[in-house]
Design a protein around this ligand. Sequence first.
Ligand code: AMP
Length: 450
Amino acid sequence: MFFTDLGLVPELSRAVAEQGYETPTPIQMQAIPAVIAGRDVLAGAQTGTGKTAAFVLPVLQALAQGPAGRAPRALVLTPTRELAAQVAESARQYGRHMRARICVVFGGVSINPQIDALRGGCDLLVATPGRLLDLAGQKALDLREVRHFVLDEADRMLDMGFIHAIRQVLKLLPARRQNLMFSATYSDDIRDLATRLLHDPVTVEVAPRNATADRVEQRVYRVPKEHKRHLLAHLIREGGWHQVLVFTRTKHGANRLAEQLAGAGIATAAIHGNKSQNARVRALAEFKSGKITALVATEVAARGLDIKELPFVVNYELPNVPEDYVHRIGRTARAGGAGYAISLVAPDEGDLVRDIERLLRRSLPIAATPEFALAVEHEQRPTPRPAAPSAHAAQTRHQAGRRKIAGSDLGRREAPRASNGRGPGAAEHSRPSGRSFGSHSGRRFGFSRG
Ligand code: AMP
């Protein structure tokens, strides 16, 4: 099956070939012909399935066939800025042999350049809801010409409380239009929204509902909360991981862990809602280019990140909402690649594991926790740095910290007692720090499967 078999014009199939795509993914095979036929579509597809091309390609094709004015004729609504930027970037790549004008608007950056861009004319607009409504409120944007409306990651939109904003946006759109709705999971609210939004939709589902990608190897390590960062540093270093996305529950937790990993010599940046848009873009670029090894992210910030063939995703803390687990591990094994989803689970997270297992209808495999050192860090936190620490800078700091530990602190301190969650005395053994453990000084504790 080739892209041209789906009814795409040569300009688009050439562009996807230049992206290195050889065959359409299942969601593309099912959705593209339906969109070309003008149907509304409800697609159950998690991120990584190629869903962006599934709506962008046929919409670009439709746009090329109609007369262009100044106001957008297609609108894609996304929950996050990152996803908006990525969808727009994909659309630019796919539309490179066409004349489609693609604009993207989101909050957190100055509104004026966006107003100017829209004034210059726009065919396909990608937007987050808040900024879109701002622009419309300022009369800088006319949505009455929209003929194709895409609600991307609709489930996340609702989770983020955008239902009211979506309703406001819908009021600004003309009644006659094509509607495409993409969602990784289906709740009753999503079904409600679909019923209101879509007319006689073609339903497309590429993976069993709420199932995790088959190719993601999931693994749970049971580890006390206070030891998680040591185990994570160990896994990254000893496993030679070069690119790992780590999820924390809070922004503060993301910052703290990023500092701790940097302090352990692992080039790390944090990405969350309190970071400026520029800081987020820079962190993501450095992560993609391999300049930093670990990107610590909160759920919302990580949503929509498209990092090709991301090999490792770590749940540093399990999400409270089991569906978020599916989203998170959807970051790996994208479009056919293999990947690992590792969860570090503290004894008090047992209920969360059970919720996830109930949703997946399968148990999460518990792996034997490897031996790892509990590095005793110096109390002083690394000074917050405006940019992500470079590998070299982090390494230098780490060396300094370790020297201090080895020289004095370790002797004075009571070595931490390790427990693997099986109760008192569960730590199998501890060894004197004399035995080597990679480049690490500190004490070594044995953990076995808990
Ligand atoms: P998405 O699910 O839209 O976030 O896409 C996930 C990743 O798959 C992106 O990096 C796309 O560039 C890539 N991709 C999309 N369609 C294809 C395809 N037909 N063949 C190979 N890779 C694809």
